[in-house]
Design a protein around this ligand. Structure first.
Ligand SMILES: [Fe+2]
Length: 195
């Protein structure tokens, strides 16, 4: 097969010749006995040399932002009040569920390339770029703009990450592209709540 310039060939190597389903399979997570290597057509990347530190510098901050965003979405889900309570309450729960799943994907991409993920409470609190969400009940008219602001922050950071990851690791780039598309959809829905 002749690969086009942007093609990525995935090679899956199994140590267990008889695949068995695990709970991780059902959750869409990589199995421990499965190693996935990406062989991009880019000659530099095809050399097999991945700057893991460079990829870590893109994915670790994203992990922190996603963990913060998931916690914030739940905080808002519980405390939103006022006119648009019901749709925002439901929408914030969907966002929290989505973002938690993406944080898992990003953390497991880090560990897949041999980098330990760090989303400890103290690490998130120290390194998150987002300010504190208001305490107590929050009017629905305030909640939507606050969520749009946070989602915009992650989306803009991700667009720069996508550019940089293109030179480092196309698999990680693809992961961030997918997450960003969904974040932008959530951003649109929260923006549409605003008068
Ligand atoms: Fe709930």
């Amino acid at each position: 097969m002749v690969a086009r310039p942007t093609d990525v060939v995935l090679v899956v190597e199994r140590t267990d010749p008889v695949p068995t389903r695990s709970r991780d399979d059902a959750a869409g997570c990589a199995r421990d006995d499965e190693v996935t290597r990406a062989i991009p057509s880019d000659p530099r990347a095809r050399s097999g040399v991945m700057d893991r530190h460079a990829v870590e510098q893109e994915l670790e901050p994203l992990l922190i932002e996603l963990v913060d965003l998931a916690l914030t979405a739940k905080q808002a889900h519980w405390n939103v009040s006022g006119l648009w309570f019901r749709p925002l309450h439901a929408q914030l729960d969907e966002l929290a569920d989505d973002v938690r799943g993406w944080s898992d994907d990003v953390a497991e991409r880090l560990t897949t390339i041999g980098v330990a993920a760090d989303a400890r409470v103290e690490t998130v609190a120290k390194t998150t770029p987002f300010g504190s969400f208001p305490s107590g009940f929050v009017e629905s008219t305030q909640v939507a703009p606050l969520m749009v602001e946070r989602l915009t922050g992650v989306v803009e950071s991700n667009r720069a990450r996508i550019e940089r990851l293109g030179a480092e690791d196309l698999v990680s780039q693809d992961l961030v592209v997918g997450i960003t598309a969904r974040l932008e959809k959530h951003k649109w829905m929260f923006a549409a709540e605003q008068p």
